[in-house]
Design a protein around this ligand. Structure first.
Ligand SMILES: Cc1cc2nc3c(=O)[nH]c(=O)nc-3n(C[C@H](O)[C@H](O)[C@H](O)COP(=O)(O)OP(=O)(O)OC[C@H]3O[C@@H](n4cnc5c(N)ncnc54)[C@H](O)[C@@H]3O)c2cc1C
Length: 428
């Protein structure tokens, strides 16, 4: 589906055949689409290109993940008119962390900080649908090109030029690569990445359970990696009764994951029950299972002439703390603030000082989170006796230090650090 919304004027007569926009965003995923909405709402004309048909993106077979949406990210999504379209979410009121399925070590409770939840859980397809609605609402400033793949990128004196697989060319003051971990645009711009693969796979799916989850997120650290059960909104069965649901993020050793994925439903559920314990009552599977290879990667720089990277194209991290897309949305909020300021001042949107500010603002924060998640994964994904003893002592100590716990909770809520205005609940 290609939805046309804005007849952008050609940049000049000799490039009359080119499509023109103020900003071209490559990738209409959770990050690229949010950025397109945020900029369009502030009067910036954007083109957003994705190789996937928008209708396919909201199908339950496309992405079985659900995202932990930090409180600050929810504020951003509310400020740009997306959150009101998010059909179903469950708030996260408590987080219980344990080393193994039964030993309970660390307990975060939102009530220790006030009334607001620690965050929300929303299925990615629900978020994608909400983003699609918001894009449609801002159609006056959005040109959505999908399915269409970007195959070429170049820069000249006053434009970034993107070539599409159907031969069309797109010109913009600035191109933003939000095309994910395997970003082609990043590679074409000569920006290298460093990082590594984890010997782990993320098995993802949705489970139904007899007892309510009470808005508690559970993370069990098992030798193969973290095993998380995260609260989702209830659904209604055809007879009107509530179906309690949770999202599963099961990190498993890569060499063992395939065998689990191939189990029949009963055996797969038994393997889950063995890890979850019995507190949710009898379990059943809802929808398909998915698996994702896990890795850490970091772009050597975020900025090139007339190009910036955002989201997973700039930084891909382990899902252990549920922070990947939250970092991407921080990129969105920071970029929107910088670009809207530049537009108001009548500056070129690719002005080097603005782009440099973005890189300074976001790179250190993203690097820090990548480092923290890497250390946590290494520390907890093993069964080495002395390491286990040390980490359990550490968790026990943190659990008894209220000030430390509050700080860690604020980190999970995304409310610490140099937050962009849209994440502080302020208008631009
Ligand atoms: C198992 C698992 C669980 C996770 N859980 C959480 C969580 O709870 N909370 C959280 O914050 N994060 C979580 N994450 C991380 C999160 O899913 C990612 O950070 C996020 O999806 C990245 O979004 P993105 O838009 O940057 O990239 P992507 O989702 O990769 O989107 C990139 C888009 O670009 C398009 N594209 C690519 N190349 C081209 C091209 N050449 N031309 C046109 N289009 C192109 C693609 O089609 C795609 O739509 C999890 C990750 C995993 C693996």
């Amino acid at each position: 589906m290609e939805s046309k919304a804005s007849p952008h004027p050609p940049a000049s007569a000799d490039v009359a055949a080119d499509i023109a926009a103020d900003i071209a965003i490559v990738g209409g995923g959770l990050v690229g689409a949010a950025l397109a909405v945020a900029l369009a709402r502030h009067g910036i004309k954007v083109a957003v290109i994705d190789r996937v048909d928008p209708a396919a993106m909201v199908d339950e077979r496309f992405d079985g993940r659900a995202s932990a949406v930090a409180l600050s990210s929810q504020r951003l999504l509310a400020a740009i008119g997306v959150w009101s379209h998010v059909a179903a979410t469950a708030s996260i009121r408590e987080i219980r962390v344990s080393d193994g399925p039964s030993l309970f070590f660390l307990h975060y409770d939102h009530a220790q900080l006030g009334n607001e939840p620690l965050g929300f859980m929303a299925e990615n397809r629900v978020l994608r649908r909400a983003l699609a609605c918001a894009l449609q609402e801002n159609a006056q400033h959005v040109l959505r090109l999908a399915p269409a793949a970007v195959t070429g990128f170049s820069q000249d004196a006053d434009s970034a030029v993107l070539t599409l697989n159907d031969g069309r060319r797109l010109r913009a003051q600035l191109a933003i690569a939000a095309d994910g971990r395997d970003s082609l645009v990043r590679d074409l711009a000569g920006i290298t990445v460093s990082g590594w693969s984890y010997p782990q796979v993320g098995i993802v799916g949705t489970i139904g359970h007899a007892r309510p989850h009470d808005h508690i997120a559970h993370e069990h650290f098992l030798p193969a990696g973290p095993f998380a059960i995260l609260p989702l909104a209830d659904e209604r069965a055809s007879d009107g009764t509530a179906v309690h649901r949770s999202s599963l993020v099961w990190t498993e050793r890569s060499d063992a994951a395939d065998a689990y994925l191939k189990l029949d439903d009963a055996a797969f559920l038994a393997a889950i029950a063995e890890r979850v314990g019995s507190f949710l009552g009898p379990l059943h599977l809802i929808g398909p299972r998915f698996s994702h290879p896990l890795g850490l990667q970091f772009a050597s720089r975020y900025v090139e002439k007339r190009l910036v990277l955002a989201g997973d194209a700039a930084h891909g991290i382990h899902p252990i703390a549920g922070q990947g897309v939250n970092l991407g949305w921080r990129d969105v909020a920071a970029l929107t603030e910088i670009l809207v300021d530049a537009q108001r001042l009548g500056l070129d949107l690719a002005h080097p000082s603005g782009l440099a500010r973005y890189e300074r603002w976001r790179r250190a924060d993203n690097l820090l989170m990548a480092g923290v998640t890497d250390i946590l994964n290494r520390l907890f994904s093993n069964d080495v006796g002395p390491v286990r003893l040390a980490r359990d002592l550490g968790l026990g100590v943190v659990n008894r230090l209220p000030a430390m716990k509050k700080l860690l909770m604020r980190h999970a809520m995304g409310t610490v650090g140099d937050l962009p205005r849209l994440m502080r609940g302020e208008a631009l």
